[in-house]
Write a protein that binds this ligand. Structure first.
Ligand code: HDE
Length: 698
């Protein structure tokens, strides 16, 4: 039967539609169709006839093509891949897929935004979903996480309220894909448990450069259970090999128009190019006896366990190496559920998790139209399925034999699993309590970790957070909501609140205290640079007639050797004539792209001393925008002259040979770019952004 991945592939093959290349067009009934461009009519200009069964079938099917989009996380992108553990985790869990480094478990991952509808833009300020389905030998395990380790609310009963508040306003359905509106901030200002998550949402984590460059978190405290039945609390972390990198807000907004599919296309293109994204799975483990060792409650999903207190232990890696073949069949129909667990992984009493365990199954029933969605190829386990569940909409299995238990007529099958440890057994947690509707006192500190997050940031991250609060609250019409939010912020940190207040026209709060008790440097993006490579970073080279093609070719080859994606942009598509008289192919015409779609820009020179792109307004705008967004800018020979347009933005140009200053790398000497220039430019690209430049909003 082969490996689990082979089995998943074989399973997929058996679900493919008949090959369209093997015969002509047919109806759903398999009747061949010779003409699908005109409907059957009574005469050339006559009415359409009811008996046109092909027309009716075609239109009817089309009318029913849509299913309800997800109520949250509607917009997404998915990919297949595999997970492999580094070593056996048997000491903590008996989950089969975490035992043997030689076993690869197939996975499907879906990334998503939360607020916007299915057709909204990618680069909005939002949380990103990071949901992984492991097709393990013991059944499917779903780790349905986000790219932020905490959540807005502590109890799932508040979820409809929160989602109503963050979704577009009910009267006009505005704004799409944005949290910057009255109802969200009204809710936030009245619900202080949101404070920690709002710090994350206002941070650069909410505008990832790429799905491939963000962390993932299980958020809740889960429980590992080993073969002896011993439980260990566990928090899950995904860490991207490429590091954590973000856009800047001004850029993210422009990108929404320039390429609404920016993150989805990035994932797709990388996988098509064989640049398979990779994450390391890490766990924070807390022995049961240490449940109360923290100054917060492990069951509270608005809290993290700082990595400095409990280190993240790497236990395996995940690689995504295959794009889906059909978006609807796979990415749209995949059905995640927090209660899809396997032996060795269990829940805790986190009230948010408990609510999710109800909600995900419930939502699939309406979204996928009935109880048989587990039969859809992307949802099918590789483990055998034997149940007495029968019938229902879209039943596609032909069950044989009895459908009840106990039975004798079916030989007692399917029989109960034995006691050899292969069956799921719930962790025998002792619970005792009066039925009460009350939030635990241990959940009531809403400010300390919000302050911890803010104080763990670098100066530029702090500035981005202040700017984001000002932007969001500046879009709120109700001044009372603005003020009330600032009052909440004052309980996190007085100086932060005052900074925000100064930008949004409300009085600075009187109290200037701070809930700041400790910091967690691991929370800063600056602490997550990844492997330091520039693989898959996109670099635009601005060319036009007269360009020094030698420079372009040498830099292009050097960057490509490092794994960067280099594109030559010119005022028009086609070719440009280099200074040597040869024709060079243009990859894209400047008017069709923008600097927000690239990670870095290079301006080569021309041999006669005239900067070849100096006259082109699109090129100048391109370079300036890249510079203001903190991106690496390289210029060679007479191309350096183009950068003089940036001097009013604070750039200091040098006439020395190779100079690297805050991500601007120049070499005025004519001729091909030398190794020193390339090294400096590569280092500037690897750093991703250069925050010591003037802020992007200017
Ligand atoms: Fe979800 N969430 N959620 N959520 N969630 C859904 O399930 C829900 C929460 C997350 O790519 C829905 O199939 C409740 C936390 C992701 O298909 C729905 C509560 C976290 C995805 C639902 C939460 C998440 C969803 C909508 C509070 C991070 C996309 C469609 C108790 C740990 C999965 C669907 C995909 C999707 C309910 C809170 C992550 C309605 C009730 C916390 C990544 O069932």
């Amino acid at each position: 039967m082969g490996s689990p991945a082979d089995r998943k592939m074989q399973q997929r093959e058996s679900f493919h539609a008949d090959d369209p290349a093997e015969g002509p067009l047919t109806t759903d009934q398999g009747v061949e169709v010779d003409h699908t461009d005109d409907s059957l009519a009574a005469g050339e200009r006559g009415p359409t006839l009811m008996e046109d069964f092909h027309f009716r079938e075609k239109l009817t099917h089309f009318d029913h093509e849509r299913i309800p989009e997800r109520v949250v996380h509607a917009r997404g992108a998915g990919a297949y891949g595999y997970f492999e553990p580094y070593e056996s985790c048997a000491e903590f869990t008996r989950a089969a897929f975490l035992q043997d480094p030689s076993v690869r478990t197939p996975v499907f991952v879906r990334f998503s935004t939360v607020q916007g509808p299915k057709g909204s833009a990618d680069t909005v300020r939002d949380v990103r979903g990071f949901a992984t389905k492991f097709y393990t030998s013991e059944g499917n395990y779903d780790l349905v996480g986000n790219n932020m380790p905490v959540f807005f609310i502590q109890d799932g009963i508040k979820f409809p309220d929160f989602v109503h508040a963050v979704k577009p306003e009910p009267h006009n359905d505005i704004p799409t894909g944005a949290s910057a509106h009255d109802s969200l901030w009204d809710f936030v200002s009245l619900q202080p448990e949101t404070m920690h998550m709002m710090m994350w949402l206002m941070s650069d984590r909410a505008i990832p450069r790429s799905y491939r460059m963000m962390q993932g978190f299980g958020v809740h405290t889960f429980r590992f259970v080993n073969a002896e039945g011993r439980g260990t609390f566990v928090k899950f972390h995904w860490k991207p090999k490429l590091g954590v990198h973000s856009l800047v807000w001004d850029e993210a907004q422009e990108c929404q128009g320039r390429n609404p599919d920016f993150n989805r296309a990035d994932l797709w293109d990388a996988i098509e190019a064989g640049e398979y994204p990779e994450w390391e799975l890490g766990v924070q483990l807390v022995p049961e006896e240490d449940e109360f060792a923290f100054d917060f409650d492990l069951l509270d999903p608005t809290k993290i366990i700082p990595e400095e207190q409990v280190p993240v232990r790497p236990i395996g890696r995940m690689v995504l190496n295959r794009n889906p073949e059909n978006f609807f069949a796979e990415t749209e129909q995949v059905a995640f559920h927090t209660a899809n667990v396997v032996p060795g992984i269990d829940f805790t009493n986190d009230p948010l998790l408990q609510a999710r365990n109800f909600s995900y199954l419930d939502t699939q029933l309406i979204r996928l139209g009935g109880p048989n969605f587990a039969q859809i190829p992307v949802n099918r386990p590789i483990a055998p399925v034997r149940t007495n569940q029968r019938d229902g909409y879209h039943q596609s299995a032909i069950h044989r034999g009895t459908n009840y238990f106990p039975n004798s007529l079916g030989g007692g099958c399917p029989a109960h699993a034995g006691t050899d440890g292969s069956a799921y057994t719930h962790y025998a947690e002792r619970v005792d309590g009066a039925k009460i509707r009350k939030r635990s006192e241990s959940f009531k500190d809403h400010y300390s970790q919000a302050a911890m997050f803010f104080h763990s940031m670098t100066d530029w991250e702090k500035q981005h957070i202040v700017d984001a609060f000002r932007f969001e609250l500046g879009k709120v019409d109700a001044m009372t909501v603005r003020s009330r939010t600032v009052e909440q912020l004052a309980k996190v940190d007085g100086e932060l609140a005052a900074e925000v207040a100064r930008g949004i026209g409300v009085p600075e709060p009187g109290a200037q205290g701070s809930a700041h008790k400790y910091e967690s440097p691991a929370l800063s993006i600056a602490s997550l640079p990844g492997d330091g490579s520039i693989r898959t970073r996109t670099v635009a080279v601005l060319v036009t007639d007269g360009v020094d093609a030698g420079q372009v070719t040498s830099v292009r080859e050097a960057l490509a050797a490092e794994g960067a994606v280099v594109e030559a942009l010119a005022p028009a598509d086609g070719t440009v004539t280099g200074a040597d008289g040869a024709q060079y192919t243009v990859d894209r015409a400047l008017p069709t792209v923008a600097s927000v779609l690239y990670d870095a820009v290079l301006v080569p020179g021309g041999p006669d001393g005239t900067p070849p792109v100096a006259e082109d307004p699109d090129a100048l705008r391109f370079v300036r925008s890249a510079y203001l967004h903190g991106k690496p800018v390289g210029a060679l020979g007479s191309g350096v002259g183009v950068l003089s347009a940036l001097e009013p933005d604070g750039l200091r140009l040098s006439t020395d040979s190779v100079v690297a200053d805050r991500g601007v790398v120049t070499d005025v000497s004519p001729g091909a770019a030398d190794a020193e220039f390339v090294r400096a430019f590569v280092a500037a690209i690897a750093a991703h952004r250069h925050w010591d430049r003037p802020p992007a909003r200017r």
